[in-house]
Ligand binder design. Structure first.
Ligand SMILES: NC(=O)c1ccc[n+]([C@@H]2O[C@H](COP(=O)([O-])OP(=O)(O)OC[C@H]3O[C@@H](n4cnc5c(N)ncnc54)[C@H](OP(=O)(O)O)[C@@H]3O)[C@@H](O)[C@H]2O)c1
Length: 301
């Protein structure tokens, strides 16, 4: 084990993040960033029992003040951080407000990851990898999402997203426009960061339709859970993109420990480069998302 490196992971207490934390612990100290102290303690113990190293930082990623505090605690550790994985995410059917009064899905999936990245980037080692877990649902042309009536990211502005407002003509399924827009924004930001900051590598991963996680678990009914959990793994075209937390974890960890200098790449669930939506690929759109997000975050006192 290379003990001289550290990797940060948000949302390590479940699903893809949990499997990736265990995988990353093979390569260095893992800094587990989560909101549930008991779950963090359990995972930290599990990693330590394997003779590997982990420590925990409490953070509600939807609350920008909590993100700032967590980033300060991580910086104070003075560890040589070689990677940051922005994985924490939600897909609730019911809209809710964050501590700042912003749309909970947008705050968790986009604003929290964005703020964490901006706070930590200057403190990461040269050539460190920052990875964002996004979702192909942001693309209105993505086949499996289209079949399910999803309409892609519905961005109007960062402020409108924070208010929970999405471009008209969206999906009928509740919560999907918020989720798709949040993922559209963080993917666009990842690509803009890659151009802005050549000292570090910024990449994104679409982890595949990953069964056995808690995503959307609090709001979906038993049939939907069965659909996501089992049927999608065998029915085309969903099965083409099917994955498990363990498989996704191996792909994600490989990108986080990569030293070849790849940046601005959007990887699929097999670790192959893929294309985002037409809108997300537009550098003008990427720059707008970043500028508007920075302006929104700067309003926090
Ligand atoms: N599963 C899929 O098919 C799929 C497909 C595409 C993209 N993704 C993305 O993959 C990532 C991981 O999702 P998953 O499927 O593994 O879901 P999951 O099992 O629900 O895991 C989500 C993780 O995020 C954490 N989290 C949520 N809200 C948080 C908050 N406010 N503060 C701190 N941590 C928070 C959760 O913590 P708790 O344990 O405390 O709840 C958990 O550790 C997400 O970004 C998701 O959008 C998943």
């Amino acid at each position: 084990m290379e003990n001289n490196k550290a990797y940060i992971i948000t949302g390590p207490t479940s699903g893809i993040g949990y499997a990736t934390a265990l995988e990353l612990a093979k390569y260095g100290t893992v800094i587990l960033v989560g909101r549930n102290p008991e779950k963090l303690d359990r995972l930290q113990k599990e990693i330590k029992d394997r003779g590997q190293d982990a420590l925990s930082v409490i953070c509600d990623i939807s609350d920008m003040k909590s993100v700032k505090n967590a980033a300060q605690q991580i910086i104070a550790l003075e560890l040589p951080i070689a990677g940051l994985l922005n994985n924490a995410g939600i897909m609730p059917a019911k809209a809710a407000k964050s501590a700042q009064g912003w749309d909970m899905t947008f705050a968790t999936n986009h604003l929290g990851a964005f703020a964490m990245t901006e706070a930590l980037a200057p403190h990461l080692t040269d050539g460190a990898n920052i990875v964002f877990i996004t979702s192909a649902i942001e693309d209105p042309e993505r086949k499996p999402a289209k079949i399910m009536g999803m309409k892609g990211g519905r961005y109007l502005s960062a402020e409108a997203s924070a208010r929970g407002e999405w471009k008209a003509g969206g999906a009928k399924m509740p919560g999907i426009d918020a989720y798709a827009t949040s993922k559209q924004c963080i993917l666009a930001a990842a690509m803009a960061f890659a151009r802005e900051d050549v000292r570090l590598q910024y990449n994104a991963v679409e982890p595949g339709i990953t069964r056995g996680t808690n995503l959307g678990g609090e709001s979906t009914n038993a049939f939907i859970r069965f659909l996501f959990g089992h049927l999608m793994a065998i029915i085309p075209p969903f099965s083409t993109y099917s994955s498990t937390p363990k498989k996704s974890a191996r792909v994600i960890a490989k990108i986080l420990i990569d030293e070849s200098g790849k940046t601005g790449v959007y990887f699929d669930e097999k670790g192959q480069p893929m294309l985002g939506s037409v809108q997300v690929r537009d550098p003008g759109f990427q720059a707008r998302v970043v500028a508007e997000t920075r302006a929104l975050l700067s309003t926090i006192k």
